[in-house]
Design a protein around this ligand. Structure first.
Ligand code: NDP
Length: 307
């Protein structure tokens, strides 16, 4: 007699992973997070799987921090293709994987795990996803830009490293906890020893989270990136007020919960060009697909699901 298949759930838990009952198509990919219900990755990745006729399904897993080790063990045992990691697991996962991509070692955070031959390998596609998003949104390469990055957490570290690798003109890191901005700048110092200096301002700098510092730096910046969660919650103000922004800057907010985040709204009010983080989400996801399946992702199909 044919075995009865379970019905599909919106959110799975560790208990589901322990007793995984097959659904059709079988779940062999997913996103691990806490919370995870906001994640748009399932719709994007499932559309890609369907388009490529890959008989696998991508699911949401609500995994608490103290469950992460067991969850990674189970996805290994159940021969998953891989998973994405979202808050708060990007750093915690490093201790549970068998090997780390070079990027992950430098950033200290992974957003992708691939299972191969029973081993879990950590990758980080946020930086390259960001770079592709900037090219797509503003038709410019990081190489040409004077950057002001807000934040020094996981996303900011991936973005700052990518800017450094692509030899951006200038990189300024602003963070609420100044020490973390300084530490990140120190780690990237080797990338900025070249002679590409524009005027009296240093090529690499950490600054305090203060209006006067923002005002000065914005006059010497082409692209401002928000890599903090400021703007995510209802009632949040823009991390940089409109009066400090100017038409010459491009503004990218990694937040994608709204089309017009507070920062995007402030930028548009100042006459600047601005975009939210949906394009970064798309490209980091497309790069993850490429890592898992070693084939080109159907980017337009994925984009459509996010529109
Ligand atoms: P982390 O927790 O690692 O880092 C958060 C950063 O934001 C820290 O630098 C922290 O500063 C700063 N911060 C937090 N609250 C405030 C505040 N109230 N005022 C000023 N600074 C603050 O988070 P991640 O780096 O993983 O994620 C940051 C954001 O990036 C997320 O909210 C998400 O929206 C976005 N993101 C988007 C992606 C995309 O694909 N579009 C991918 C990944 C992330 P401090 O050091 O002082 O604590």
């Amino acid at each position: 007699m044919k075995k009865k298949r379970a019905t599909r759930k919106e959110i799975y838990t560790l208990a589901d992973l322990q007793t995984l009952r097959e659904v059709d198509p079988p779940i062999r990919l997913g996103v691990l997070g806490d919370p995870v219900e906001h994640s748009l990755s399932p719709q994007m990745q499932n559309a890609a799987l369907k388009h490529c006729k890959i008989d696998r399904q991508y699911a949401r897993f609500h995994i608490l921090p103290n469950q992460l080790g067991e969850a990674v063990g189970l996805i290994r045992k159940r021969e998953f293709v891989g998973v994405n990691l979202t808050i708060p697991h990007k750093i915690g996962a490093l201790e549970f994987v068998d090997s780390l991509d070079e990027n992950v070692k430098r950033i200290g955070a992974a957003n992708v795990i691939k299972i191969e031959g029973g081993k879990a390998r950590g990758f980080n596609t946020d930086g390259r996803g960001f770079s592709r998003a900037i090219r797509e949104e503003f038709s410019v390469d990081l190489r040409d830009l004077r950057m002001l990055v807000l934040g020094a957490g996981g996303a900011a570290r991936a973005i700052a490293l990518q800017c450094a690798k692509e030899n951006c003109e200038r990189l300024v890191i602003a963070n609420r906890t100044f020490d973390r901005a300084e530490q990140l700048a120190d780690e990237l110092r080797d990338f900025f020893t070249g002679p590409k200096v524009l005027g009296p301002v240093p090529r690499l700098q950490a600054i305090r989270w203060e209006e006067a510092a923002f005002r000065f730096q914005i006059a010497n910046a082409d692209l401002i990136v928000n890599a903090t969660p400021v703007g995510l919650n209802r009632g949040d103000l823009s991390p940089i007020p409109s009066r400090l922004l100017a038409p010459h800057v491009m503004v990218y907010d990694t937040i994608y919960s709204a089309k017009r985040t507070p920062l995007v709204a402030a930028a548009l009010e100042a006459g600047a060009r601005a975009a939210n983080g949906l394009s970064m989400l798309l490209h980091q996801g497309a790069l993850a697909f490429e890592i898992w399946f070693q084939r080109e992702p159907p980017i337009e199909v994925m984009r459509k699901t996010l529109a």
